[in-house]
Structures are given as structure tokens and as C-alpha cells.
Design a protein around this ligand. Structure first.
Ligand SMILES: Nc1nc2c(ncn2[C@@H]2O[C@H](COP(=O)(O)OP(=O)(O)OP(=O)(O)O)[C@@H](O)[C@H]2O)c(=O)[nH]1
Ligand SMILES: [Mg+2]
Length: 397
């Protein structure tokens, strides 16, 4: 007979995480760090940072040294590609054998899905990622997802154009594209580096909860509905946006549960809720708060809700109400959801992801403000860019 632990072990999501370019590498670095921090060992069978800039790779801290791959050494000598995606694509193609080998040498047979992180506005991430996504699709049957960061408007038309063309290329290969918009997450008055660090936390927290929170707990706890890899895979298609909310149980209540007297902390309104209402309000908070990219959730065809945390705080009624509410606010999207029990956690965290989105206003303005270069090789008109984003309502030319 299958024990619940066995089922757990069997179904948990395992991602092959690849970061391309500087932003992609930094986001991967944080993803890996979160994984160590959460004490998970098995859920990331493959991590790989790919870059044409040697200093970016050296600046990483959590991605193991052997998982950092420098490409384009003969062409650009480790100096990056200077926001030129054509060169980014070229170096990835020239070094495609070493990328392929680096991926296949890692435990790809354990991977349920690939997840590529990149900044869309520069050259390496934006040019090399579509090449890597295509390569993965040619070799492996597992889905390939992308998490792309949109440049901020202030970076100008070159970056907007790079991002629009990279998205166009990615729509041809990737199974799903999650978008994070630097414009709405950037903090005013913060130095650029710490602003990136803060934003990267917002990029990673919800995704880590979806893609990497499901390690076997080994404790025999059975969640209300344990989420498995196929729930996640069946929930992501086309363009996606995601949100997050969390609650930490006060030490007062933790001590109360263990029969000890309380150290005091002010109770928050979420503390006062019963477990069903608490889960329900977390789902609402994740979906109705700021999302990774502004979108009209009524145009989503699917949504995924993942709650992870202490099994004692999980609640089926709250989850069912959350799912019913999501179905209502999306106007009838397919809703999947479940939980990842974390027996030693004092937190409850909830991620909601909307996919198959047809209305993401910033993508239209991205194309409008793009610098469209017409070189012989990159003859791309704005009309072609609009048409290449088939899920996005087009402005008639
Ligand atoms: N959210 C976030 N965005 C970043 C970060 N680093 C860079 N960006 C943004 O990502 C985009 C691409 O920049 P890079 O990642 O530096 O570009 P690259 O892929 O390394 O390519 P080249 O530097 O041109 O070789 C730009 O719009 C940056 O503003 C980061 O750590 N976090
Ligand atoms: Mg760079």
C-alpha cells in the first residue's frame, strides 16, 4: 500500500531552474538561497546560471560555482553583450553544445518542468533565453516556463524593444510566460542595487512557494489536498501573473498551543480569524493585492492557488471557499489548488497565479515605446510584435 509519505515523495514538484543574464542569475541565486533556507534538498535537481559576463557570474553567492556557465568567451571575452540581444542569441547558439551538456549532465531525468529566469530588457537574458528554451523543447518533453522581468520605462526604447522582441521569440517556444513588471515594484528613492534585491524577493517568494515548497515532509502529516506537479503544470499556459500573501503565527499562540504561557505580541486582525476564514482571507489577499504584472484577471483562463505552512493551520473549507471566490472573480476560470504541509512552520503562505491572460496593458505600451530597429537580420515591425503576442488584445495598426 502507498503511504502518504510515499505519495508525497512521488508527486512533489521538481524544477530545473536556469537563470540567464544578470537579472536572471540574481533571481536564480535568490531562488536557490530560499531553498537552502527552507531546508529543502531534493526539489531543485538542476540549477544553472548562464551568462556572457564573467563578473555577473562571480557576483552570485548561492548558486554553486560548478553551476555557473560562461558563454561567448571567444566572442565577447566575458564582458557581456551590452544590451544587444542579437549578440546574446549568437553566443548562446555558438555555445549551444556546452549549454546542452551542462543541462544534460545534471539530473534532468528528475525534472518535472524547466523554469528560466531572465531580465527581458538587456542583451544576454533577452537574446539567449529563447535559444535555450528552444533547445530544451527539442530535447525534453517536460514543459518550459519562463519568468521574465520587464524593464522599467525609464530605461528607454532600446530596452523596451529588446523586451518586446524577446517575448515574441519566447511565445514561440515556452509553455508559459510569467511576467514581473519592474515599473510597478520599483521603490522610489532606493539605490538601484538594493531596489533590485527587494524586487527579487517579490519575484521569488511566490514562485518558490509554487515550484519548490513541496519537499517530502517525512512526518506522516496529510494535508487537506496535497498539490502535485501535475496540478502546477496544468495551471500554467500563455501569459501569467502572480501574487502572494503570508501570515505568521504569533509566539503567543504557538506557546498557547504547547500549553505554555504567552510572551505578548499585539494580535493582528488575521490572528483573530478562525482557520477557515484565515485561509480564505489569505487567498483573497494574494489575488487582490498587487500582482507581479497588472492584468485583467477576468481574462484569465486558469488560476492556481497554493497554500503552504503548518498542517495544523490548513483548512479545507477555507481553501474551497477561496477557490470558489477565485472562480467568481475570474468569471469562470479553471481553478486548481492545494497545499504543501510544512510541519515545523509558524507561517502560512499563499500564492495565486493567473494564466492564459489576454489583457496585460503594459505589454501594449511596451510595444508602443519600443525602438524598432530594422537591420537586415532583425526586421521586425511593431505590427509583427503585436501579432506575436496572440493572447494580447491588439491595437489595430
Ligand atoms: N528585477 C530585477 N531586474 C533586474 C535586475 N538586474 C537587472 N534587471 C533588469 O533586467 C533588465 C536586463 O538587464 P541585465 O539582466 O543586466 O541584462 P543581461 O541579460 O545581463 O544582458 P547584458 O548585460 O546586456 O549582457 C534591465 O531592464 C534591468 O533593469 C535584478 O536583479 N532584478
Ligand atoms: Mg548584464
Amino acid at each position: 500500500m502507498r503511504s502518504s509519505n510515499w505519495r508525497h515523495r512521488f508527486n512533489e514538484m521538481r524544477v530545473g531552474a536556469i537563470g540567464v543574464g544578470q537579472a536572471g542569475g540574481r533571481i536564480l541565486d535568490l531562488f536557490v538561497y530560499q531553498n537552502y533556507y527552507a531546508g529543502h534538498k531534493d526539489v531543485l535537481p538542476l540549477t544553472l546560471a548562464v551568462n556572457a559576463a564573467k563578473s555577473d557570474l562571480m557576483g552570485l553567492s548561492s548558486v554553486p560555482k560548478q553551476d555557473r556557465l560562461l558563454i561567448g568567451h571567444t566572442m565577447v571575452k566575458g564582458h557581456g553583450v551590452g544590451a544587444n540581444p542579437e549578440v546574446g542569441a549568437k553566443v548562446a547558439e555558438e555555445d549551444s553544445r556546452s549549454i546542452r551538456r551542462a543541462i544534460s549532465e545534471r539530473a534532468t531525468h528528475q525534472v518535472d518542468a524547466f523554469l528560466i529566469f531572465l531580465g527581458l530588457g538587456g542583451g544576454t537574458g533577452s537574446g539567449a533565453s529563447p535559444v535555450i528554451a528552444r533547445m530544451l523543447k527539442e530535447i525534453y518533453k517536460e514543459p518550459v516556463y519562463v519568468m521574465g522581468v520587464l524593464p522599467s520605462e525609464s530605461e528607454g526604447s532600446l530596452y523596451s524593444g529588446n523586451a518586446a522582441r524577446s517575448l515574441r521569440a519566447l511565445t514561440e517556444t515556452a509553455d508559459g510566460i510569467m511576467v514581473f513588471d519592474n515599473n510597478i515594484w520599483q521603490r522610489e528613492g532606493t539605490a538601484i542595487k538594493s531596489s533590485f534585491d527587494q524586487m527579487n524577493q517579490e519575484v521569488v517568494k511566490p514562485l518558490h512557494n509554487i515550484f519548490a515548497a513541496g519537499e517530502a515532509t517525512g512526518s506522516g502529516h496529510v494535508g487537506t489536498k496535497v498539490i502535485d506537479a501535475s496540478d502546477v503544470i496544468n495551471s500554467i499556459q500563455g501569459f501569467a501573473s502572480y501574487g502572494y500573501s503570508g501570515w505568521t503565527k504569533s509566539w503567543t499562540d504557538v506557546l498557547k498551543d504547547t500549553g505554555k504561557r504567552a510572551l505578548m505580541r499585539e494580535k493582528t486582525s488575521v490572528d483573530q480569524l478562525d482557520p477557515a476564514n484565515r485561509i480564505f482571507s489569505l487567498v483573497q489577499g494574494a489575488a487582490a493585492g498587487r500582482l507581479s504584472v497588472d492584468c485583467d484577471i477576468k481574462t484569465a483562463s486558469k488560476a492556481l492557488v497554493v497554500v503552504s505552512g503548518n498542517p495544523g493551520e490548513m483548512n479545507r473549507e477555507g481553501m474551497d471557499r477561496g477557490k470558489a471566490w477565485l472562480e467568481e472573480v475570474t468569471g469562470g476560470a479553471e481553478i486548481r489548488g492545494g497545499d504543501y504541509p510544512q510541519p515545523h512552520s509558524r507561517e502560512l503562505v499563499c500564492s495565486v497565479l493567473f494564466s492564459g491572460l489576454k489583457e496585460i496593458p503594459v505589454l501594449k505600451s511596451l510595444i508602443e515605446r519600443s525602438q524598432v530597429k530594422k537591420t537586415k537580420k532583425a526586421k521586425v515591425t511593431k505590427g509583427q510584435l503585436y501579432r506575436a503576442l496572440p493572447n494580447i488584445k491588439m491595437k489595430t495598426e
